[in-house]
Design a protein around this ligand. Structure first.
Ligand code: UT7
Length: 327
């Protein structure tokens, strides 16, 4: 039995923050941000809005588009590094908001690879035969953990959510294969050290700005290109396909230069690569499901098409998923 995507959805908060706005906050320029990253603008949440709110918009759209009653949802798997609270889980908040009274669910911390990890779990739930309808969401409210005095990080990220409804496939379309990886030796290069059980919140952790993202961009860049290219090439090879067989490649959107380099190494031509980093920045777990929903809406995915997903992020974590599009 295969799992297949039967609905897609995304939510981007209304407020847009342009590069020019950031020029007023830190020593940067629109030109630097555009040429070094490909980003022109990003969305940020309104006061009081956070990951559960964005995810609830996504989940409600998924219910509507897949013609599902909330009571039919059996599990909600939500990938995020910016949950509304440490606990209860954001999945629980979403469950309550949509009235999925028969569901269970959990949050999953996989950073930028979070959505692929969550999709992997949901796929296996469906393939087991025990579950019929699983909601998988990738969401991040990156503005809540960005240091808007640090130009190395604050220009890179945005807020957003996306998701898919997973069900059993009635034909041979659906999720074909996946490769998931993790390597904690890269942990120090991209992290938010404060607020966990090691460095619980204190005046000292706040004074040291430990509740913000810290990144060594150069090192992450290098590993991201290699990581995404390696798993993408490997999954294509073991399934007997190459770049020319793909309809679309949706990579994690962290930096346009990382995407170009990874696609190039895998011989995937530019017209087959989805890029939306210019409008959204890096929404962490949100980038891939947002991209899937946009691609489907714009007619770039038709039944039978071959879709490759790839991501790389904190952990280090990385992975790729190959899909025969089913709707
Ligand atoms: O989602 C997964 C996690 N994240 C990533 O995948 C991000 C990976 N890394 C990157 O995308 C890139 O490394 C960055 C965009 C973060 C940085 O680009 P870079 O080409 O690697 O620049 P750099 O760090 O080597 O910095 C070059 C210069 C430096 O100045 P000096 O030392 O050459 O004088 C930086 O201080 O650019 C400076 N710089 C900036 N200048 C203007 C760094 N950030 C900015 C900025 N505006 N925002």
């Amino acid at each position: 039995m295969k799992a297949t995507i039967t609905a897609t959805a995304r939510y981007l908060p209304e407020r847009i923050m342009t590069n020019h706005e950031l020029e007023k906050m830190v020593e940067t320029s629109d030109e630097w941000i555009r040429t070094r990253t490909g980003i022109r603008e990003r969305h940020v949440v309104a006061e009081g809005q956070a990951s559960a709110d964005m995810s609830t918009h996504v989940a409600n759209t998924l219910l509507e588009r897949s013609n599902t009653d909330p009571s039919e949802v059996e599990a909600i798997i939500l990938a995020t590094v910016t949950p509304d609270m440490q606990f209860p889980s954001t999945a629980a908040l979403v469950q309550n908001n949509i009235g999925a009274k028969n569901a269970w669910g959990f949050d999953l911390s996989g950073a930028c690879t979070g959505f692929l990890y969550a999709l992997e779990c949901g796929t296996k739930f469906i393939e087991s035969g025990k579950y019929k309808k699983v909601i998988v969401i990738g969401v991040d409210t990156m503005s809540s953990i960005l240091d808007y005095t640090d130009r190395n990080t604050c220009v890179l990220f945005g807020d957003g959510a996306g998701g898919v409804m997973l069900e059993a496939s009635e034909d041979d379309t659906g999720i074909i294969d996946s490769i998931m990886r993790i390597d904690g030796s890269g942990g120090e290069y991209l992290k938010m050290p404060g607020g966990g059980s090691l460095h619980g919140t204190s005046h000292e952790t706040i004074d040291k700005r430990m509740h913000y993202i810290q990144q060594d961009g150069k090192i992450v860049f290098k590993f991201a290109v290699k990581g995404m290219a390696d798993v993408s090439a490997q999954i294509m090879e073991r399934n007997g396909v190459d770049g020319t067989d793909l309809t679309l490649f949706i990579p994690h959107q962290a930096n346009k230069r990382i995407i170009d380099a990874a696609a190039n190494r895998c011989n995937i031509s530019e017209d087959k690569v989805l890029i939306n980093i210019d409008r959204y920045g890096n929404t962490t777990a949100g980038t891939i499901p947002i991209g899937i929903d946009e691609a489907y809406e714009n007619g770039r995915l038709q039944k039978g098409d071959l879709l490759l997903l790839a991501a790389f992020g904190a952990g280090f974590s990385w992975g790729s998923t190959l899909i025969r599009w089913g709707m």
